[in-house]
Design a protein around this ligand. Structure first.
Ligand code: MF3
Ligand code: CO
Length: 248
């Protein structure tokens, strides 16, 4: 069942999203060679608490941290680590803010110091593919139209789209209906309606789209060691089109 949100509920999710966007902005300024993703995680948790919010990921199905920190070949759900980031790394920071019971979810990828041209193309294309998807998130379209737009852009630049992790409805729960894949045919899937709130969160790989999970049960990597990037926004469908809840 897809839970439609009222204007008031969307406004509350927007407030959570602003805190999340402000947190990402601070993190963007902190990320440089030598910092650890553990320090970033500590910062993010304190930032949320200082703004009257809580880190929804911490304790979610036993996940131990406020953020996911996914470096280089890690696709998603990487653990923050006390290991310094190095010049040339790419890292995705993903987090979910809970403000008064309403959630917002956003991930952003960053380059550390000087990154390769391939890495920088990957980051740029992944971000663009998110915005292509958002453009299609209009009442009357179908979820498949979003999925197809994301996949088409990604593959046109020679990158692959991860299948094993997808976007999702969100509200007072982190994962609600609808499922939002980032691949597949246009014209399929649930009809997009006003009041829907869901994430679009494409993960693009330089090599194969296939994934494997580490022995920790969380860390998802590319099967071939290729790089992976992700950008994610939480989007509300309104009569004026898609509204990004997770920006300033
Ligand atoms: N933020 C992730 C998402 O986009 C969920 C992370 S799983 C968790 O769905 F366990 F870390 F919370
Ligand atoms: Co998400």
């Amino acid at each position: 069942m897809i839970i439609l949100k009222s204007t008031e509920e969307i406004a509350m999710m927007r407030e959570a999203g602003k805190i999340l966007a402000a947190c990402h902005q601070e993190i963007a300024g902190m990320l440089k060679p030598g910092i650890t993703t553990w320090e970033i995680d500590q910062f993010a948790e304190k930032f949320m608490l200082a703004h009257g919010a809580t880190p929804e990921q911490k304790g979610y199905h036993g996940y131990p941290y406020a953020t996911c920190a996914s470096v280089n070949d890690v696709i998603c759900h990487g653990f923050p680590k006390q290991e310094p980031l190095k010049d040339g790394d790419i890292v995705t920071i993903d987090m979910v803010v809970n403000l008064n019971g309403w959630l917002a979810d956003s991930a952003w990828s960053y380059g550390i110091g000087n990154i390769s041209e391939q890495a920088s193309n990957l980051l740029e294309t992944t971000k663009e593919s998110l915005f292509k998807g958002i453009e299609m998130a209009v009442a009357g379209n179908r979820i498949g139209d979003v999925a197809h737009a994301v996949q088409t852009l990604a593959e046109s630049r020679g990158f692959s789209i991860v299948r094993d992790f997808i976007g999702h409805g969100i509200g007072s729960e982190m994962h609600e209906k609808p499922d939002v894949p980032h691949y597949g045919p246009a014209g399929k899937g649930p009809r997009i309606k006003e009041g829907m709130v869901f994430t679009i969160e494409p993960m693009l790989n330089t090599g194969s789209y296939r994934t494997k999970v580490d022995a920790d049960g969380w860390t998802a990597r590319t099967i071939d060691g290729g790089l992976s990037a992700q950008y994610e926004h939480t989007i509300a469908i309104t009569s004026n089109g898609p509204v990004i809840l997770t920006e300033l």
